[in-house]
Design a protein around this ligand. Structure first.
Ligand code: TRP
Length: 454
């Protein structure tokens, strides 16, 4: 078998678990609830769902088909279809790099909280204060960040079916099980209904262009779109998989997990009179208050952070796999060498991200005049600019370079029912994508105006 050395998925179930594992991560459990909480609750959720339906499936099918058609990494795939367009893949690989660097810092916080709950929970009365003093500490978060990166490295060293697929097949079903248990617990708290209403009934008063672009960025981030994760995962597929049905299943699972996360968190936030708009501290500063006042709270706290860890690590491995797969295909590096080098580099950039929450805060102010630190800039730049840009490039590439005829030829392999989907797909690419580009452009010029003080 020609592709044996690249690796391939062992089963359809394994592929779906690995892809869902990539999609479901800190984006769903940490970011989605706090973004929804801070941007109008149900209104954000509704807009988010609309974008998933209009663009999520389209983009995912696009990435999977490019990957499977070429059986190459993100860079090699674009280059193989047209030698002039390798740069699209290159941007994606860089983006993934930047994401993993701050992602692993947050992953480290999650491991720290697992240990904290094993030791009996967060004792300090001011839980938000505890969180802030932890992340601003110069040394401690770095240790946990290193630990998280080591776990990621270890799994990716195991390869496609032996590492990534195996870990995902165990972690993902457990994640859903824990998430459902915690959602039920949260919904049965006295006063939970207020939170459910906040999460599901739209309040449009906070809605504006910024919120729309944030929702779009969140769709990309949450579905792992726009940087070639799914090109890479698609390249490990054998010919007979039904791509459209996979491109529906993965976003459906991802959205289910995001909604469950909101249902697990918002009702509890309201039941215990916490602030839904707490921002990034919602998971680490607000939730511990709830666990502390709940019967068996430490057990639920432990279960919660273990599930977040599973989600985070199955996503981090997909981020690391993108450059690793490129180095193996293009530079002919061994997996071991590629994994160590890229994980090491991300660890180093992550040090900057972590320190920018504390002692290096001022150092990185030149990146932004709004007082966002390096950590915030990495998050903002990747989610709201680079990922949508990657998506736009991919669509333009499919429309004008690869061509729909070639794309459809690939999509039809292994798929029985692609007629209706094909029409929608083309429409969404040709209408949805330019619209998206216009929106990002509009919003960015607004942000730009603010930055230069207009
Ligand atoms: N989707 C993951 C999450 O929700 C993060 C992630 C993994 C990602 N691979 C990606 C985001 C590729 C963007 C692109 O946490």
């Amino acid at each position: 078998m020609e592709n044996n050395s690249r690796g391939a998925w062992g089963s359809r179930f394994g592929f779906i678990m690995a892809s869902a594992g990539s999609a479901i991560g800190l984006g769903n459990l940490w970011k989605f609830p706090y973004l929804a909480g801070a941007n109008g609750g149900g209104a954000f959720v509704l807009v988010y769902l609309g974008i998933v339906i209009l663009l999520g499936f389209t983009m995912m099918l696009g990435e999977l088909s490019i990957g499977r058609a070429t059986k190459l990494n993100q860079y090699g795939a674009y280059k193989k279809i047209n030698p002039k367009f390798g740069f699209i893949g290159g941007i994606g690989i860089l983006t993934g790099f930047l994401i993993l660097s701050f992602y692993s810092v947050v992953g480290g916080w999650v491991i720290k909280y697992i240990f904290q709950y094993i030791m009996g929970g967060v004792q300090q009365a001011d839980k938000m204060g505890y969180f802030v003093s932890f992340i601003t500490n110069p040394y401690e978060p770095l240790i946990w960040h290193g630990l998280f990166m080591a776990a990621t490295l270890f799994i990716v060293l195991g390869g496609v079916s032996g590492g990534i697929e195996k870990a995902s097949k165990i972690m993902m079903p457990l994640l859903f099980l824990f998430l459902i248990i915690i959602a039920i617990r949260s919904l049965t708290l006295p006063g939970a209904m207020e939170g459910l209403k906040y999460f599901l009934i739209p309040n449009w008063s906070k809605f504006n262009l910024d919120v729309l672009v944030k929702a779009m960025g969140q769709v990309f981030f949450s579905l792992s779109l726009g940087m070639g994760t799914l090109v890479t995962y698609g390249s490990y597929l054998e010919g007979h998989e039904d791509l459209p049905s996979n491109a529906l299943t993965i976003p459906a699972l991802d959205t289910l997990a995001a909604l469950l996360a909101g249902i697990a968190i918002m009702p509890a936030v309201f039941a215990f009179n916490q602030e839904p708009g707490a921002g990034p501290g919602l998971m680490f500063g607000t939730l511990p208050n709830i666990f502390a006042s709940m019967p068996l709270g430490n057990l639920f706290g432990l279960m919660f952070f273990v599930l977040v860890f599973f989600a985070a690590v199955t996503s981090a491995i997909s981020l690391l796999e993108v450059p690793v797969s490129w180095a193996m295909d293009s530079l002919k590096w061994s997996r071991t060498k590629a994994v160590w080098i890229f994980a090491g580099l991300c660890f180093v950039i992550g040090i900057g991200a972590s320190l920018s929450n504390g002692p290096w805060e001022q150092k990185f102010y030149f990146f932004s005049k709004d007082g966002q630190n390096f950590f915030d800039v990495l998050d903002y730049l990747t989610s709201n600019i680079l990922l949508p840009l990657g998506g736009v490039f991919m669509s333009l590439f499919i429309t004008f370079v690869w061509g729909y005829d070639n794309a459809f030829k690939e999509i039809k392999i292994g798929s029985k029912n692609n007629f209706a989907i094909g029409g929608f797909w083309k429409m969404s690419m040709m209408v949805g994508v330019p619209l998206m580009m216009a929106l990002v452009f509009l919003q960015q010029t607004g942000v730009l105006a603010k930055l230069i003080g207009q």
